[in-house]
Ligand binder design. Structure first.
Ligand code: SF4
Length: 329
């Protein structure tokens, strides 16, 4: 039985592609990538990919991409889409890893749930051709949902895959996929499209600003998802939690690095992180910000805790002062 690698995001398109290949008696192994920019890292796509592979009775390999992927996002050869999404480079990177895995387990080809014209950047005909070539998958990259619009691939030419049973879906409408899913008894597909923060304009703005200040570690990127963000004139950054959930995340991040954790002493208030700070002036601004978003409404200076054993007197900032520091989401 011929083997193939499925790039399984957990979304509907890749699920359909797997189902189609299984129906053609292909021995499928699935690959799922998790990047620091995935919107659903813990309970989302990964678990859904696992659920799907269990349902199909196929193997799943999960690859977590970290620093090398962040480097790619910083300097994409083929540029960005509408926001900070370097879709062509991203696909080339993931498909190259899939090619390595294909050789490692002796598979004949890689397939995806891509649909011609569904995504503006990476699913144009020319971009799809570049991705195939640059990932080294020449002729061994099959897109079953839109294959009949594309050149026949090696598995089709060799008769491993029956081209007459492949599809001709194009465009952004999801209707053909939804009715195909019904036909094939696939009802559960919680991660329909996207799932990538790089396409979110608000996140993209924060990320760009962070890159401009040399902040590109995994922790710094995770931090961009949480809280209100402020840039001080020294280059230091302050992050203020907006709710209990964010306060918990910020506390756990503070435990990992050279980060100061501030919190109000006698009033309910947010967890506030300060990092890359230079001097006591930075600490003062961070404390003022912390107090600004607390329940304190007085006009006198009150104490804010710095770490476990010191305090600083702070005053809430004015709207104008906040505006000057805020990195707008
Ligand atoms: S949307 Fe994100 S994960 Fe998807 S191809 Fe683009 S950069 Fe990669």
């Amino acid at each position: 039985m011929a083997k193939a690698i499925a790039l399984l995001s957990g979304g509907l398109d890749s699920t359909l592609a797997v189902k189609m290949m299984l129906e053609q008696n292909i021995d499928v192994s699935a690959l799922n990538f998790i990047t620091p920019f995935c919107t659903c890292t813990k309970k989302g796509c990964k678990n859904h990919a696992k659920k799907l592979t269990d349902m199909f009775g196929i193997e799943l390999k999960i690859i977590r991409l970290k620093n090398e992927y962040i480097d790619l996002v910083k300097n994409p050869l083929y540029g960005y889409g509408k926001n900070m999404n370097p879709c062509i480079d991203c696909r080339i990177f993931m498909f190259s890893r899939a090619r390595e895995y294909m050789y490692e387990i002796g598979a004949s080809f890689v397939f995806t749930g891509e649909v011609l014209g569904e995504r503006p950047m990476s699913q144009r005909r020319e971009a799809m051709r570049i991705i195939e070539k640059e990932s080294g998958l020449n002729g061994r990259l099959l897109r079953p949902l839109c294959a009949t619009f594309l050149e026949p691939t090696i598995p089709e030419i060799e008769g491993i895959v029956d081209r007459s049973r492949l599809l001709a879906i194009t465009g952004r409408s999801r209707k053909p996929q939804i009715s195909l899913a019904k036909e094939k008894g696939i009802n559960d597909y919680p991660c329909p499209a996207g799932g990538c923060r790089l396409t979110d304009p608000h996140f993209a703005k924060r990320l760009k600003e962070a890159f401009e200040h040399g902040e590109d570690s995994v922790n710094e990127i995770i931090l961009l998802r949480h809280g209100r963000h402020f840039r001080l004139s020294s280059g230091a950054k302050v992050v203020v939690g907006r709710n209990e959930g964010e306060n918990k995340v910020l506390s756990s991040i503070a435990a990992h690095g050279n980060i100061l954790l501030l919190e109000t002493k006698d009033y309910v208030g947010p967890i506030t992180l300060l990092y890359k700070y230079k001097d006591v002036e930075d600490i003062q601004v961070a404390a003022n910000l912390c107090l600004t978003y607390s329940d304190y409404r007085g006009k006198k200076a009150v104490e804010v805790k710095i770490g476990d054993d010191s305090n600083i007197l702070a005053m809430p900032l004015s709207a104008q002062q906040i505006e000057a520091l805020h990195i707008r989401k």
